[in-house]
Design a protein around this ligand. Structure first.
Ligand SMILES: Cc1cc2nc3c(=O)[nH]c(=O)nc-3n(C[C@H](O)[C@H](O)[C@H](O)COP(=O)(O)OP(=O)(O)OC[C@H]3O[C@@H](n4cnc5c(N)ncnc54)[C@H](O)[C@@H]3O)c2cc1C
Ligand SMILES: *[C@@H]1O[C@H](CO)[C@@H](O)[C@H](O)[C@H]1NC(C)=O
Ligand SMILES: *[C@@H]1O[C@H](CO)[C@@H](O)[C@H](O)[C@H]1NC(C)=O
Ligand SMILES: *[C@@H]1O[C@H](CO)[C@@H](O)[C@H](O)[C@H]1NC(C)=O
Ligand SMILES: *[C@@H]1O[C@H](CO)[C@@H](O)[C@H](O)[C@H]1NC(C)=O
Ligand SMILES: *[C@@H]1O[C@H](CO)[C@@H](O)[C@H](O)[C@H]1NC(C)=O
Ligand SMILES: *[C@@H]1O[C@H](CO)[C@@H](O)[C@H](O)[C@H]1NC(C)=O
Length: 567
């Protein structure tokens, strides 16, 4: 008997010695999870700015009216100030928790889901440092959020402590921003609570413009610049990240660092394209401003009666994709369902700098003439105007508050240069819609200066430098969908849409990490290309304990999907 049991015991000991120690973050119920006293002490350090996080639908029920209005529910501005809110409500849900933990608009009982446990509503750098050190010392799952806009849900995490940066609203303009003793010229410094609409509005008052997307509440000093930051004026001036001069960031040690071309330049490399949420807590970002100018801005809309019509008009669009090159224009081309027109529409938004109304209109004329011949496509509206660029990029609010995921590819210029490009685009669009794509969100935001900036030393994947467009395939669903349907939708990009899109992009195309699918199996290459090894080293230096882990971000391969246990 004794001999029989002896062998397994030895084997077990050997096995456990061979197995590396796997770390888990502390969650409620674990020995070592902070007790009430510890949380109170953190609360005192941050002057009472620690709050329990309430899922957004519950937050609405706690309002005096007992609910949010439809307007509040779908407002990016309203949600951006609330710790328990995400723009895409599916990211608030804990579908994958055991058991699933859910909170819908009409739920009578709410689970905490993927919403954090506590939030520090940070107002100054000391608050951020206290929260970072508390999470590090107590081995907690940390989440960082500015606007909650993230299309991959990376600014929320179950069982986490959230650092909410919405109150960092400072903006400062200068004519000469100095880096390492060198005058880099006109620039704007913003905190992560500053939204793109604030940037466009305030820079207008200064006769300036900065690179930013046409979204109201996206935070440049949050995820936008860390991902890349595309804009209708990026063909003109390069990506948002190409124009950053400096970040100030609290890293995992709790230290506040400057990252620019002269100081901590490796971290500066990573923060420009190395992926949102993987490096520390940004407390400010400084980027170039340019003199403002007038532009032709237009919206053209077609009603589409079928997927075939959608494919055909997309093919016509591809035929004319190089029409704006001479003026480095930018364009959004969306195929999406329109509630206003009760049908699918092709929506084309174009901005061309320094063109007269006549010139700007003439640039789109060849497309328009061909599009008018597409069977099943009916022109709904065609509006051209001359606007100050700030007004052309400005958005009043973001219409959000639905369940949606997306996947994407950067489409190489080469793909559009092929003689059969219009036919390929037509086929791809039709097949994607037939395969259940809810919306096809195209952005002509590369080429021009984005390509010309190829030699900037930053983590921007080279795929951006050879791309012409960025195409996202979105899938949406209602709260009434079953969990198994939802799981099908969440994986539809990998199971169905990607293979179709690759007919256009080719098999090894990159993707924009900020507007993408968290289930990319090789996100390291798809999002970061040849830079991943270097990014891994930089992460090891500034975040050796992996305090800042997000889905499909640098180092995330070492953690489970919740960022709670190492795998
Ligand atoms: C309606 C809409 C329009 C968009 N338009 C564009 C566009 O035109 N161009 C474009 O390039 N992108 C666009 N995006 C994508 C956008 O760039 C990303 O969603 C981006 O991550 C938003 O950053 P945020 O800080 O505002 O969001 P959040 O959800 O707050 O954060 C996003 C990510 O950044 C991290 N993060 C946030 N704040 C900080 C901080 N202070 N320090 C460190 N990490 C932080 C979070 O952890 C998370 O990983 C759009 C998104 C939406 C929903
Ligand atoms: C932190 O302190 C404030 C002010 O005293 C209080 O309102 C809040 O509830 C406290 N937070 C927590 C998590 O106890
Ligand atoms: C939820 O309630 C709102 C307001 O009462 C109602 O308009 C809406 O149709 C309901 N939604 C669902 C999905 O049941
Ligand atoms: C834009 O055009 C308006 C009207 O023609 C003009 O008054 C204004 O000075 C122009 N602005 C710039 C920055 O060129
Ligand atoms: C919207 O379109 C569908 C099908 O095309 C039709 O059945 C429905 O009546 C329309 N709704 C409205 C409000 O026009
Ligand atoms: C617009 O035109 C003016 C005058 O020619 C020029 O100085 C400026 O650089 C141009 N701006 C852009 C964005 O092309
Ligand atoms: C980048 O640098 C390489 C090597 O010096 C050069 O061949 C290439 O033309 C440069 N690319 C751009 C876009 O400037």
């Amino acid at each position: 008997m004794a001999v029989k049991t002896f062998i397994p015991v030895v084997l077990l000991a050997l096995l456990s010695a061979a197995k590396p120690h796997k770390k888990c973050r502390k969650v409620p119920g674990d020995a070592g999870f902070p007790d009430h006293k510890a949380w109170t002490s953190l609360n005192n350090t941050v002057c009472g700015r620690l709050a329990p996080v309430v899922p957004f639908p519950q937050f609405c029920r706690n309002l005096p009216a007992g609910q949010c209005t439809d307007e509040q529910w779908t407002s990016g501005l309203f949600r951006s100030g609330i710790a328990g809110a995400m723009d895409q409500i599916n990211f608030e849900q804990g579908y994958d928790l055991t058991p699933p933990s859910l909170c819908f608009r009409n739920s009578t009982v709410c689970g905490q889901g993927d919403v954090p446990l506590y939030a520090v509503e940070a107002e100054n750098v000391a608050d951020v440092q206290a929260a970072v050190k508390f999470a590090a010392n107590h081995n907690l799952r940390l989440a960082v959020k500015s606007s909650g806009h993230d299309l991959l849900g990376r600014s929320t995490a179950p069982n986490s402590l959230l650092i909410h940066m919405a109150k960092f609203k400072d903006m400062a303009f200068t004519d000469s921003f100095v880096v390492g003793g060198k005058d880099m010229g006109s620039a704007l410094t913003v905190g992560p609570g500053v939204h793109l609409q604030d940037v466009f509005k305030e820079s207008k008052a200064h006769g300036k413009i900065a690179v930013g997307g046409s979204a109201a509440t996206v935070s440049p000093a949050g995820g936008y610049l860390q991902g890349a930051g595309h804009s209708l004026i990026s063909p003109l001036f390069g990506l948002g990240a190409d124009n950053v001069l400096e970040f100030q960031i609290v890293v995992a040690s709790g230290k506040l660092l400057k990252a620019n071309s002269a100081e901590n330049s490796d971290l500066f490399f990573a923060l420009r394209g190395g992926g949102a949420g993987s490096w520390g807590v940004i407390v400010s970002a400084t980027f170039r401003t340019f003199p403002a100018f007038n532009a032709t801005a237009s919206v053209i809309q077609f009603a589409l009666d079928s997927n075939a019509a959608a494919g055909a008009i997309a093919g016509v669009h591809a035929k004319h994709i190089f029409a704006l090159d001479a003026v480095r224009g930018g364009q959004y081309f969306f195929v999406n369902p329109s509630a206003e027109f009760n049908t699918t529409v092709f929506w084309l938004r174009t901005v061309t700098a320094n063109t007269t109304l006549e010139e700007g209109t003439a640039l789109l004329q060849p497309f328009l003439e061909d599009a008018l011949k597409v069977e099943g496509a009916t022109l709904i509206s065609k509006e051209f105007e001359q606007d100050l660029i700030n007004d052309a990029l400005y958005a009043e609010d973001d219409d959000i508050g639905a369940n949606a995921v997306m996947g994407s590819r950067l489409i190489p210029t080469e793909a559009y240069e092929r003689e059969d490009a219009p036919a390929v685009v037509e086929k791809v669009y039709r097949e994607l819609l037939d395969a259940g794509a809810g919306a096809l969100i195209g952005s002509l935001v590369a080429g021009g200066q984005v390509s010309a900036n190829a030699n900037i030393s930053s983590a921007i994947t080279p795929a951006w430098r050879t791309a012409k467009t960025h195409i996202c395939v979105a899938t949406a669903w209602d709260d009434s969908a079953s969990l198994s349907e939802i799981n099908t939708y969440r994986h539809l990009f990998q199971t169905a849409h990607l293979a179709i899109l690759e007919q256009l992009s080719g098999p090894n195309a990159g993707a924009y990490s900020n507007e993408a699918d968290i289930y990319e199996p090789d996100f390291q290459t798809t999002f970061f290309g040849p830079n991943y090894a270097k990014l891994t080293q930089i992460k090891a230096k500034y975040d050796p304990e992996d305090l800042f882990i997000v889905a499909a971000g640098v180092g995330s391969e070492r953690w489970d999907e919740f960022g709670v246990c190492q795998v």
